[in-house]
Structures are given as structure tokens and as C-alpha cells.
Design a protein around this ligand. Structure first.
Ligand code: MG
Length: 255
């Protein structure tokens, strides 16, 4: 099932995609809901970010090839950082190139969307019931500021630096998904989640022992090799097998 969050006639709705139509749901996307029989053509809606997370937990250096290209040792435990909810944009939004940076990179990633509160999960606790599904994520990074600052916060947190969508897919198997990033239509990153150093179930359990994960929170699982800079005017697409394509334009903010 592909679940979209969208605006239609001034209402914000969740809906399930069937062919080219969205069928709105009644109830909570994180709990019980039913699918209504009042479809809207997807071409007539404005697609919104699939969730409004309380936080985004991102994982650094979680693919061997990317750790190597960044000159980082392979982590023994997940290297975590946070991105603020204020950075979230959806699949139709613009990435704003900040004045403070001279190198803004894309990082295509598979992201997990939390369904049910997760806290202190044990090794034998089932993880699946805490996961609603998966989405594409672009962990946009001001690389020059990341190199300059000790903390990742400034480099990772500009408004619009957490692009996600276009939908939440509830059926894909996260253990072997092809993740590709295209810059202006040219392939720049091609990885597979089978090469993740820390798997999705491991990450959900590990993070739940540090901080409570709430419905709608996002865990972005890290990026494969091939990260690189974007310029104002560029289009960046993060495409994940079975989920879809997250497509955003980069612009210098004028206001
Ligand atoms: Mg990343």
C-alpha cells in the first residue's frame, strides 16, 4: 500500500494510491483506519511531506563505500545525529540553497516511518509493529560547514534540508532495496540497502534505547557512495525500488 499525505480543496488528507487515484482514509494512519470510496485523481492534489515528525534521527557512515569516500572508519555502533522537524519538505517543494554555505550536497537514503511509540525495545521484541513503512529521503548537507563545525547541527539543519516522500510504502522489504540518486537526470548514487552496516531492525531497537520514537518520527538509514554538490537550478531525484521517486528543485532563496 502506498500512503500519500496531500492537500485537496484546502483540506489535508491521507489517502491510499490505486492506479492514478488517491482514496482518502478515515481514522488515523498510525492506527485503525478505513479507506473511503471517494477517489481523487492524484494529478489534482498537492503532495505534502508524508509525515510531520517530532524528530528525524539520521545515521552517518552506514554504508562501507560512503564511509570510505568520507575517510571515516567503519562505525562500531551507529553514528547518530538529529535533523529538526522544521527542515522537512515534501516531493513538490524547493530545496533552498543557504547563503551561509558554498557546498550543498545531496544524500539519497531509505527512511523508516515510525507507526507505534517505540521505547527500550529488547533484542527479541518485534520491530515490525513499530514501523508504518518506508519513504525516500534526501539528507541535504552543507558539506563545507560540516567540515568546519564539530557538531553536525548547522550543516544538516537548514530549512528544507530534510526532503522526504513522495509516499509511505507499507509493503517493501527494507533488507534489499536499490537506492539511486540522480542529479539533473544523471545517475550519481547507486546503492543497495543489503550493504547497510546496521540494518533497519537493529537501528530501530538501538535508537529506542536512547530516545522514545513517536508515531511519524523518521529514521534515515544513511547514504551510499557518490554524494556530491548541487547548484541552484539543479533537480535532484532520490529513487527507491518499490517506493517511488522524491524529486526536488534547488533554488537560491530570494526572500
Ligand atoms: Mg546522510
Amino acid at each position: 500500500m502506498k500512503i500519500y499525505r496531500f492537500r485537496y480543496r484546502k483540506k489535508i488528507l491521507y489517502g491510499v494510491l490505486k492506479e492514478e487515484f488517491l482514496f482518502p482514509i478515515k481514522g488515523s494512519v498510525f492506527g485503525d483506519f478505513r479507506i473511503e470510496d471517494s477517489p481523487v485523481p492524484i494529478s489534482e492534489v498537492f503532495i505534502l511531506p508524508p509525515v510531520e515528525p517530532t524528530k528525524i534521527v539520521a545515521v552517518g557512515a552506514n554504508y562501507r563505500d560512503h564511509a570510505q569516500e568520507m575517510g571515516r572508519p567503519l562505525p562500531e555502533v551507529p553514528l547518530l545525529f538529529l535533523k529538526p522537524s522544521s527542515a522537512v519538505i515534501g516531493a513538490r517543494d524547493i530545496i533552498a540553497y543557504p547563503e551561509m554555505s558554498k557546498q550543498v550536497d545531496y544524500e539519497g537514503e531509505l527512511a523508516v516511518v515510525i507507526k507505534k511509540k517505540a521505547r527500550q525495545l529488547a533484542d527479541d521484541d518485534p520491530v515490525e509493529e513499530h514501523i508504518l513503512g518506508y519513504t525516500c529521503f534526501n539528507d541535504i548537507t552543507a558539506r563545507d560547514l560540516q567540515a568546519r563545525d564539530v557538531q553536525f547541527t548547522r550543516a544538516k539543519s537548514f530549512d528544507t534540508f530534510a526532503a522526504c516522500g513522495p509516499c509511505i510504502d507499507t509493503d517493501v522489504d527494507p533488507s534489499a532495496l536499490q537506492v539511486k540518486t540522480f542529479l539533473n537526470g544523471k545517475l550519481r548514487q547507486s546503492g543497495n540497502t543489503r550493504n547497510l552496516i546496521f540494518t533497519v531492525p537493529f537501528l530501530v531497537r538501538f535508537i529506542s534505547r536512547i530516545m522514545t520514537l513517536f508515531p511519524g518520527d523518521i529514521i534515515s538509514t544513511g547514504t551510499p557512495a557518490g554524494v556530491g554538490p548541487m547548484q541552484p537550478g539543479d533537480r535532484v531525484d532520490v529513487q527507491i525500488e518499490g517506493i517511488g521517486t522524491l524529486s526536488n528543485q534547488v533554488m537560491r532563496k530570494t526572500e
